[in-house]
Ligand binder design. Structure first.
Ligand code: ZN
Length: 236
């Protein structure tokens, strides 16, 4: 395995955050695809179509304000059996936010997302935030970052990042964002095909025993609203 800090953090760093999940159990050849920053109409439905064609379940770390603006796409993620996690409401950076603002933003997001998984935007938290949030959520980091958002590298390099570092239990990070789209469209189908050919299976991330805090019926309200709109449009 090559050394590439941007893509894969060495253990001496990850062990500073022992309560966070960096990799899932490695007893089977299973990989965990994760998609951050959606849902948005430009990219997320395309990702869902691709995953459906391979019958792959993945995990989407959603941004609250994107869920608010695109509830039907968020519903589709859930309806198609994927897992969802909280990625704050405004994609706040922990290191640049005061703790109270940061926690409020996460609670606000979870009124829509309703998940016991949390992934900090940009991957970093203050120690106090890490400790506090670890008591409320399972913090899910990554084993491999594709760097799909990085316009200074080629799509071939993004694919190589994934193929070089993926191993049993890897949590692999992609982005269903406009910034990553041009790389993602090329890389994701190729990465999935290549990894499947290597004998890997794919699964979503779940921690059913971690309690769900801050859960509110807002998600059900959105669903009911969308259902009503759908019914009305059928009658129209
Ligand atoms: Zn993000």
């Amino acid at each position: 395995m090559r050394f590439k800090l941007q893509v894969h953090l060495p253990q001496y760093i990850t062990k500073w955050f022992p309560l966070a999940v960096w990799r899932m159990p490695d007893d089977t050849k299973t990989l965990y695809l994760t998609f951050d920053d959606g849902p948005i109409p430009e990219v997320t439905p395309w990702v869902l179509d691709l995953l459906r064609s391979y019958n792959i379940k993945a995990t989407f770390f959603a941004v609250g304000e994107n869920v608010f603006h695109n509830p039907e796409i968020f519903e589709q993620i859930i309806d198609e059996g994927h897992a969802v996690g909280n990625h704050t409401y405004h994609h706040l950076q922990g290191l640049k936010s005061d703790n109270r603002t940061y926690y409020k933003d996460i609670v606000h997001a979870n009124k829509l997302i309703g998940s016991n998984l949390f992934r900090p935007p940009h991957g970093w938290l203050k120690r106090a935030q890490y400790r506090y949030l670890s008591g409320k959520y399972k913090i899910v980091m990554w084993d491999v970052i594709s760097c799909d958002y990085n316009q200074n590298i080629t799509k071939e390099e993004v694919l190589q990042n994934v193929l070089d570092f993926a191993r049993a239990g890897s949590i692999i990070t992609f982005h269903d964002s406009k910034k990553a789209a041009s790389h993602l469209y090329w890389v994701l189908p190729r990465a999935i095909a290549a990894l499947k050919a290597e004998g890997y299976e794919f699964s979503k991330i779940e921690f059913p025993k971690v309690r769900r805090l801050f859960y509110s019926p807002a998600l059900q309200r959105i669903r009911r609203l969308r259902n009503n709109i759908r019914q009305l449009s059928l009658w129209a």
